[in-house]
Write a protein that binds this ligand. Structure first.
Ligand code: NOJ
Length: 554
């Protein structure tokens, strides 16, 4: 790697591994993952070869939305441990060379947050109410919600409160569950509080923040009705003043040493709109959900990758890549359907739904990951994907906990299927998730065969594939290369080269079709997502749904 590349900030090509605390490792045996459990397993990640971890929320919360409903931003929920446990986790991660990114939930709090409790106890028009979005209802008796907005979890985005005198009262806005009231970001007290929360965790040594619902904090003035889809920009998303918040926060993290970062969860499309969040004085990164939602076809992949590099490059930000997270069906399962683009992407999959082809899904997932980890920029992995975990697609309704399932009367199965506790040991109760057999969601039987103890050191296992990809990515500095297409716009083949600043060229070929393609003679195979085949002696062939990294013979 060139000297310039070595001195560039770490986050420009980092691989960041998402830990969903309740489902990664349980230290105390209650069936719910926790911070001590995470700390005890961090070596797995150092060994895997990632640069950083991002932890979904572990703060004090009634857990109505698995911790994305925060009651105290400056403490750890007893379910997950204590502040001392958080400190120990950060220290151990740093010792292992892993940076730590925590989740910040600035769009809404929990109903149990003291501010919301104070708002409920105070009359309409009181200062306590102005930190949230309380409004009078419409209709003769205020019985109709203030506008037509719908919650992302189903049903109206407004809930009516009962005033202190027992009368039906005002309504408060919640873009998500009714237990998640939205803050009013036009109130300077809200901005001051969240900035102080940033500093609290920065002072404890975290390396950055993933910002929940980053495109939703500011709503259109007057909270107008949402127009029928497509006719006007939605009044609750991507409003111009939100950028001012990120400019301020960029200044805040910039006051701290060590290149700390802000990564936005902004479901904003098209990519040129998303790129506005990562202009030089705003966030460092945003998740690239367009990429996550791109079908597994060569033209679609090529187009999204090209546009991502162009649009992020235009504002001087690294492109980012992600295939799975705690809100969508795991990519090893999505890709096991013919219509893989949107099969249950956010809606989840239940026992009565069409089931995926598990083998095909894993094969394609490995190929897709091998494409992703070659790309210039920064990549996000979701816990368990390095084991090839599929979604749990047959969870019984009684086990489901995601509020989307309950708010839609089961029409949406919800996101529990990607949140099932991960296996650590094939022969242990609960597959070694904790010291005992308890797991807060039941694990599919096949998770046992995918536990790391079955895969470590096993050539061809998904875990070893991820380790190889990550090692080579780092050694070759792939995250800082320049990409050029070599596939002539093929309908089934994705081909590109990656050129490093020192002139080194690495090639990538991904066969997204059904038929094998011949591997050019004389190339040195660096890694392939499945074994190459050679029907006779030579030439070697790249089978369908396989990705190859190679070096051309000089
Ligand atoms: C996005 C988070 O990723 C998701 O899990 C959560 O339900 C919503 N934001 C609301 O906080």
């Amino acid at each position: 790697m060139s000297e310039a590349a070595q001195t560039a900030p770490w986050w420009q090509d980092a691989v960041i591994y998402q830990i969903y605390p309740r489902s990664w490792a349980d230290g105390d045996g209650d069936g719910i993952g926790d911070l001590p459990g995470i700390t005890a397993h961090l070596e797995h990640l150092a060994d895997l070869g990632v640069d950083a971890i991002w932890l979904s929320p572990f703060y004090t919360s009634p857990q109505h939305d698995a911790g994305y409903d925060v009651a105290d931003y400056r403490d750890v929920d007893p379910l997950f441990g204590t502040l001392a446990d958080a400190d120990a986790l950060i220290a151990r991660a740093h010792q292992l060379g892993l940076r730590v990114i925590v989740d910040l939930v600035p769009n809404h709090s929990s109903v149990e947050h003291p501010w919301f409790q104070a708002a409920l106890a105070s009359p309409p028009g009181s200062p306590e109410r102005t930190r949230y979005l309380f409004r009078d209802g419409q209709g003769d008796r205020g019985e109709v919600p203030p506008n037509n907005w719908q919650s992302l979890f189903g049903g109206p985005a407004w809930t009516q409160v009962v005033e202190a005198d027992g009368s039906p009262g005002q309504w408060y806005l919640h873009l998500f569950d009714r237990s998640q009231p939205d803050f009013d970001w036009t109130n300077p007290a809200v901005a001051a509080e969240l900035e102080s929360v940033l500093r609290f965790w920065l002072d404890r040594g975290v390396d950055g923040f993933r910002i929940d619902v980053a495109h939703g904090l500011v709503k259109a003035v007057g909270l107008p009705d949402e127009e029928p889809s497509g006719t006007a920009p939605p009044p609750m998303w991507d409003q111009e003043p939100v950028h001012e918040i990120y400019r301020r926060w960029r200044g805040v993290v910039g006051e701290y040493p060590g290149d700390r970062i802000l990564c936005g969860e902004a479901w904003v499309s098209p990519l040129e709109r998303l790129a506005r969040y990562v202009r030089p004085d705003e966030l460092h990164q945003t998740f690239n959900f367009d990429y996550l939602a791109t079908p597994w076809t060569a033209p679609a992949q090529r187009a999204t990758i090209t546009r991502s590099l162009e649009q992020m490059g235009a504002v001087g930000a690294p492109a980012t890549w992600v295939l799975s997270n705690h809100d969508v069906v795991r990519h090893a399962t999505r890709l096991g359907y013919d219509q893989h683009a949107d099969s249950g992407l956010a809606g989840g999959i239940g026992p009565g739904d069409p089931q995926p082809d598990v083998e095909l899904g894993l094969r394609r997932a490995r190929a897709a990951t091998a494409v992703m980890l070659a790309l210039p920029g920064s990549a996000y992995l979701y816990q368990g994907e390095e084991l090839g975990l599929p979604e749990a697609t047959e969870l019984p309704d009684e086990a489901r906990q995601d509020p989307t399932f309950h708010r839609t009367d089961g029409a949406l199965r919800g996101r529990d299927g990607c949140r099932v506790p991960v296996p650590w040991r094939s022969d242990a109760p609960g597959f070694g998730f904790g010291p005992g057999p308890a797991t807060w969601l039941p694990q599919p039987i096949r998770y046992g065969d995918l536990a790391p103890d079955r895969q470590r050191g096993v050539p061809g296992s998904t875990l070893e594939l991820y380790r190889d990809l990550l090692r080579l990515r780092r050694e070759l500095g792939l995250g800082r290369t320049r990409l050029a297409w070599t596939d002539d716009g093929s309908a089934t083949l994705l081909g590109f080269t990656l050129t490093a600043a020192d002139g080194t060229v690495i090639g990538v070929l991904a066969n997204l079709g059904d038929r094998p393609v011949v591997v050019p003679e004389g190339v040195e195979v660096l890694v392939a997502s499945q074994p190459l085949t050679s029907p006779g002696e030579l030439p070697r062939e790249l089978p369908g749904d396989v990705t190859l990294w190679y070096r051309s013979a000089r």
